[in-house]
Design a binder for this molecule. Sequence first.
Ligand SMILES: [Fe+2]
Length: 210
Amino acid sequence: MIKIDKQKLLEKGCCNFTITDSNLLSELKSLSLKQEFQPKNWKKLRWSHWGMEFLSTEEALDFVDHYQYIGEPTQCYFQMPINSNEDSITKAVSNVIKSWTSEAYDIDESEIHPPALCLNIMPKGFHIRNHRDGGDGGKTRLVAFLIYMNEDWTDTDGGELVIHGGMETISPKFGRVVMIDLTKHDIEHEVKLITGDKSRKVLVSFVNKS
Ligand SMILES: [Fe+2]
């Protein structure tokens, strides 16, 4: 059973923990076999505030290679929506996100909209500059979840999540979960440049009230 540091989440705007439940860890591992995780399917690019779809991954990467001639983007990553109703594993991941939200905010699960899932992928040279995720004072948005999917990630691979200008730095290692509060804080955060050859993968979920 995960113990969520609610106090830290609500006072500092962010908390993190590492999943220890072996069933959930193996569900996450099998999720990584889905087509969204396969490099040939990475075609939807977020580049600054634009969303662009390319015909192939190579075409997208060629575009990024040349971005310095246009100007450095504030953010650059592939974004793949994952249908959380598609199968038992995606449903299980969505449900556990809902139960963590319920525990952290002391609200009933019936008050939480079924969490949607998205896979964000950052190959070498990609980054996300300092930004906020856009809280609305708790009217609808509750929390952003980041579930890291990177096995064998090392400190030389880069891609750390940096919170509030360095208040905390989190390495995106497999099974680590970050919760960013969107009701009161909506803290600034960034993702450092990916420096290794592995692509950084994270499941992202913005949880809303139902
Ligand atoms: Fe963010």
